[in-house]
Unconditional design. Structure first.
Lengths: 130, 130
């Protein structure tokens, strides 16, 4: 563990971006942020925990929605300022009910929806979101 | 194009993280940053251009090394604060000569190198780096 943290460069507010990638098919599911506590908890529990910048607290992915991410492997990049999380995603990663947060693509010069919801967000959250 | 920029949320210094993913095999190659100019240039030319935070200028990926990235598709996430670039990578993405910048993984509690260089970095840059 010590070999990891000495290689990481958290930014000026103590955060590092984390990309969650579906280990089954390689889809990029989402990008969020971690602080040191979130990463330590993720490694300790095997369940992905981010840091919510809007709520300014740890964000245990799926705690409300049930759509958890099990960490399969953590990778870090060459300059230690980004994390790649290979995960087993339960259900969907996106609060809109889509499997991936990257469901809009530029096609023919226009932003186009390329994937629809698989789950009704109200089923996941009631009236709030994750 | 207008439909894109109104959906994007650049951060407080005008940047947005961009993940480059190999469109052939789904490998996450690198994470870097773009400002509006870099993204506009990328869309206009089809060659990926980032913004270098260390050099504080546009960084035309591969300009020095020849290891260019051709944009195949741009995707954005649900809250418009991250970009996913599906790319055709010429050669290697990492300045260390490795295909992906994410060549270190936590395995058995230790940071472990999981991929070696495919190209000698000195071949790419002489004595400097990208």
């Amino acid at each position: 563990m010590s070999s990891l943290f000495k290689e990481l460069n958290f930014n000026e507010v103590g955060l590092i971006p984390a990309i969650a990638q579906d280990q089954k098919n390689g889809d990029v599911l989402m990008v969020a942020w971690m602080n040191r506590d979130a990463l330590e908890e993720t490694l300790a529990t095997g369940q992905v925990c981010y840091y919510s910048r809007s709520r300014q607290k740890l964000w245990r992915k799926g705690e409300t929605s049930g759509q958890m991410q099990k960490l399969v492997e953590l990778r870090i990049d060459c300059d230690g300022d980004s994390l790649l999380l290979l995960v087993d995603q339960t259900g969907v990663a996106c609060h809109t009910g889509r499997r991936s947060c990257f469901f809009r693509a530029m096609r023919n010069g226009e932003l186009t929806e390329i994937a629809g919801p698989e789950i009704n967000p109200e089923t996941l959250y009631g009236t709030s979101d994750d």
